[in-house]
Write a protein that binds this ligand. Structure first.
Ligand SMILES: [Ca+2]
Length: 478
């Protein structure tokens, strides 16, 4: 196969690009495309390539384009400037496993059976009955690869990426803190390939660079046809590790170094698309799986982890693990030069569950109609071809694990939870006080206006009860 010859040239090329980058110069197009197949995928009718770049625990306020004052993210910001940037985009859940289940299936994690976070000893995983974005795209001859953190099960072969639509895989099966001293497990944290572990204990300082190299290799080998790349970075989830070349570079400290390492990676991927001549017809999504981990359990505060090794929610209340906005509202960017006009900012509600129908409709693949999807295609809206479903009909349900704690409808958010901002739990039996926020005038959830709008509270609580009846089997209390 041709790619066997190309591999050594590729690795050398990556080394050159990396060296050139760190010396402050952009790699030339000739350097990257020297031995790569050129493809004319920008012609009318060609299937778009799809790339999803998913950061782990990156907060709403962590990017330059989302207002961070000192973290530099010029490459992610140029992606945003060339596409659509969302200011009310929700991850499917405020934690890793359920958020990923929702993103890849277009369904709330409770429907998928994965409401909680999987651990090294967990025996659960993504059921074969679910249809992932990758599986759906295989219907249309897409070449598919997952790189990075999976976290949708590893105890059985049927849970692995390669059994769920991905031709190839390289990455960690779960979070990078799931090892001693932070998690009491004897399972080593190892890089996995298609069929399981491929080596010993991983060196976390190499993670982002290795993921990037593998992703670039996949893009180069796949650019003659349509491909789907799902690159789920392990960072900036604790323990944070920048690439060694980035250490001490950011004004925002070690956390800034890590986010700037991700930005470097995104830059190389965008450059590769340009140099392969496929940028015009490639949909690139950049987002995060949940908000920043601001309330660390004591187990995490050892072996070098510091409380400030976590991101920012910007103006949002709450953080990872909560159903306040900071837990689930995250940065999201979609660029598709061929269809989506540059420089757009969307303030209306969008969710991770919209990605599956959006991507499948862009690819001309039938959207599964034998199950409930919790998103809809944003494409007509993003492309300026048709209005989106009226805001009052678009809702997002806030789950904490298997518990439904809130709903957003248009500008209104109703929350009913036993959990406080700082993750403390109000004792069972204490009556819960409904919270109602107007997220357009009060995105920081400072002013509970439930008593001024009892009708809105009643309507939104009814919507929650309806969903609980549907998917949680909770009987109607009347
Ligand atoms: Ca996460």
């Amino acid at each position: 196969m041709k790619c066997a010859v190309n591999n050594s040239g590729y690795l050398l090329t990556v080394a050159i690009i990396t060296a050139v980058f760190w010396s402050g110069c952009a790699p030339s197009a000739d350097t990257l495309s020297a031995d790569a197949p050129s493809a004319d995928s920008t012609s009318q009718g060609a299937l778009p390539n799809i790339i999803i770049l998913l950061a782990d625990d990156l907060g709403y306020g962590d990017l330059g384009s989302y207002g961070h004052p000192t973290i530099r993210t010029p490459n992610i910001d140029r992606l945003a400037a060339a596409g659509a940037r969302f200011t009310s985009y929700y991850a499917g859940a405020p934690a890793c496993t359920p958020a990923r289940a929702a993103l890849l299936t277009g369904r709330y994690a409770v429907r998928v059976g994965l409401p909680g976070v999987l651990m090294p000893e967990s025996v659960e995983g993504l059921p074969q009955s679910e249809i992932t974005i990758a599986e759906a795209l295989k219907e249309s001859d897409y070449r598919t690869m997952a790189v990075g953190k999976w976290h949708l099960g590893h105890a059985q072969p049927s849970y692995l990426p390669t059994a769920n639509g991905f031709d190839d895989y390289l990455g960690l099966p779960y979070s990078n803190d799931m090892i001693r001293p932070w998690v009491q497990t004897d399972v080593p944290l190892r890089m996995h390939g298609n069929d399981g572990p491929i080596e010993g204990e991983v060196d976390q300082a190499t993670l982002t660079t290795r993921y990037t190299e593998r992703a670039l290799q996949f893009i180069r080998e796949s650019s003659a046809g349509a491909f789907f790349l799902y690159l789920a970075y392990s960072m900036p989830h604790l323990p944070i590790h920048p690439a060694p070349e980035r250490e001490g570079q950011s004004r925002a400290g070690r956390y800034g170094d890590v986010v700037e390492t991700l930005d470097w990676s995104v830059g190389l991927i965008l450059d590769a698309l340009e140099e392969q001549g496929i940028a015009e017809n490639t949909i690139v999504v950049f987002t995060s799986d949940n908000g920043p981990w601001l309330h660390l359990p004591n187990r995490m505060l050892q072996d070098g982890n510091m409380p400030w090794h976590a991101g920012s929610t910007g103006l949002l209340r709450g953080s990872k693990g909560t159903t306040y906005e900071g837990g689930v509202r995250v940065p999201a960017i979609i660029r598709w030069p061929g269809r989506i006009a540059p420089g757009q900012v969307f303030a209306d509600l969008a969710t991770a569950m919209d990605l599956l129908p959006t991507i499948l409709s862009a690819s001309g693949v039938a959207i599964p109609d034998d199950r409930t999807l919790d998103g809809e295609s944003l494409l007509p809206w993003l492309a300026g071809e048709a209005p989106l479903t009226p805001p009052s009909d678009r809702v997002f349900f806030y789950f904490r694990g298997g518990i439904l704690e809130g709903v957003r409808e248009g500008k209104w958010k109703c929350r009913l939870s036993r959990q406080t901002d700082s993750l403390e739990l109000i004792p069972e039996g204490t009556e819960m006080v409904p919270e109602l926020y107007d997220l357009e005038l009060d995105p920081s959830e400072r002013y509970n206006v439930a008593s001024q709008h009892p009708d809105v509270v009643a309507r939104l609580r009814a919507r929650m009860a309806e969903l609980e009846r549907e998917i949680l089997g909770v009987p109607d209390a009347g």
